[in-house]
Write a protein of this length. Sequence first.
Length: 294
Amino acid sequence: MRKKVQIANKIIGENEPCFIIAEIGINHNGSVELAKKMIDEAVFAGCDAVKFQKRTVDVVYTPEELAQPRQSVFGETNGDLKRGLELGMEEYQEIDEYCRSKKIMWFASCWDKGSVDFIEQFDPPCYKIASASLTDDDLISYTRSKGRPILLSTGMSTMEEIKHAVDVLGTDDLVIYHCTSTYPSEHKEINIRAIETFKEIFDCPVGYSGHEKGYLPSVLAAAFGAASVERHITIDRTLWGSDQAASLETEGLRRMVRDIRSIPALLGDGKKVVYESEKPVLKKLRKVKNAQPA
């Protein structure tokens, strides 16, 4: 029996409802009010959780990277943008209270140790390891030391790198997400069958973190056995920001969740039977029965 992972009152694993995460990430563009609208969007659609991203800007980026020219509503440099996108203690306290009032769990992917310590103050149900951090043994070990379930994204990573990260983390309370780190991802590079490969190799639940346009690949991933699906969300794909184009708006998110929730009933149990609902039709339409043996 493959391991399962409990996150708050939800179970991730085979024969369990798909755990659906609405990734707000940095699509809030530094606005708590915009973040709240996306939380509402996730609640309306029936998602299980929302996720944010947290960085200590001066740790994650070098001074040279921060000084690079980059035009944004926050200023003229890359540093102005990165700092403008970060929410602080007051903002996260407001988000924490809002999520509690809406009865939806929230957590974050933390890009440095200080961010892990920051989010830990809110007693998160789990942590996400971003694809960019998969090879950072020090960070993923530190995140694991908090004793919470880990969700590991695997974009832009070789199988050898993924296996090493799993060796560092262990497979207890671990969910591995197949992911392609382009925004948006081309269909020919989504490679949903990789979910089957992960399930053959690793003794833990396997999920899918998608960055495609639309939502069909996410639904197919769930049909192929993804125990969890994560998608970026936005209230408007035309907003500025690198992740907006690969995000789902309200109606797309609602339809994705609806279709994923329909998969168990659609797949059925594999037994071919004549349903009671078919019998009146059978009586009306079938004129000839199979020949009986002599």
